[in-house]
Design a protein around this ligand. Sequence first.
Ligand code: ATP
Ligand code: BTN
Length: 328
Amino acid sequence: MIKYTILEVLQKNQGKIVSGGELANTLGVSRTAVWKQIISLQNEGYQIESVPNKGYCFSTSDVYSAYEIERRLTTKIIGHPVIFLDEVDSTNNYAKTLGASNAQNGTAVVAARQTAGKGRLARKFESPEGCGVYLSIFLRPKLQVSDINCITLMTAVVVADTVEELCGLRPTIKWTNDVYLNGKKLCGILTECSIEGESGAVEYAVVGIGTNLGQTSVDFPEEIRNIATSVFQETGVRIAQADYAAALLKNFERYFYEQHFPENKASFLGQYRKDLFFLGQEVTVVGMTGQYTAVAMDIDEEGRLLVRTEDGRTKALNSGEISIRMKN
Ligand code: ATP
Ligand code: BTN
């Protein structure tokens, strides 16, 4: 696309003036065509100054778009393509509509903001613009429904690796689907899938990941201010959204394809156990019908949480309708 060729030339000459005539000649188009593309790039958020009678000058720009994510991608499958939406109810909902189309395995749906971002049990996930990365990966995996739980666990390790890579601090994981930084929730993961009734095979899966990058405390609604956080709030590091999205997709591909999910669960389960923050501690298990106290013992090969109840029995918990609360 001519627009992005112009952008590349300007970026290579960052801080220098490139003449419109020179650009037009190199690309074999008119000066007016170049000028129109510059306007379009400026509208996308790129800082390009028009210097009268001289040309155009690019300075560093933090733009979040499909193009900016795709140009950072080093993957073969995951993130091809990226569908970027300025606003959507939920990237998971959008990605699920891809199930009925011939959308490609590995497609990533990314939104600048979500109006109805959701967590488990239809809880709300706050998704304001400019602060976070809200992304769903659409997969047509060769999996059984029993493997789905483990995709969420694998993804929590993917998130922890990505955050550590980009800000230097490794988060912890709260079974099953939450990633924490300094004791506050940084990221939530929601995996949804469509199952073929007869065989129990997964037709498609959607792995939704929401990560808070740039919020300060006041950016969170009051009711979650004490339990939610962002990378910036904890570390002072500003991660560009496009950098984070691309790194997340890279790490997802590494665990899912290069490490052969689900055959090689050891590739992420060992790390998941290390990252879990309540193993060996007393927790409250909150279910639909009541709650009880137990000690969190381990995670088994199916991604279930093994707990020892007060009467000494071991129970294997599926995430389903259960929440774990720390005992104070
Ligand atoms: P559990 O998974 O153990 O039930 P949870 O309270 O984290 O715990 P989830 O369904 O995983 O519940 O996540 C949804 C909850 O996350 C919301 O009820 C809200 O408390 C919190 N939340 C909403 N938006 C955000 C956000 N942007 N960052 C951090 N936390 C959020
Ligand atoms: C949770 O906290 O329980 C899970 C939150 C999952 C949020 C992500 S943001 C991208 C995707 N779209 C959604 O509506 N939910 C997930």
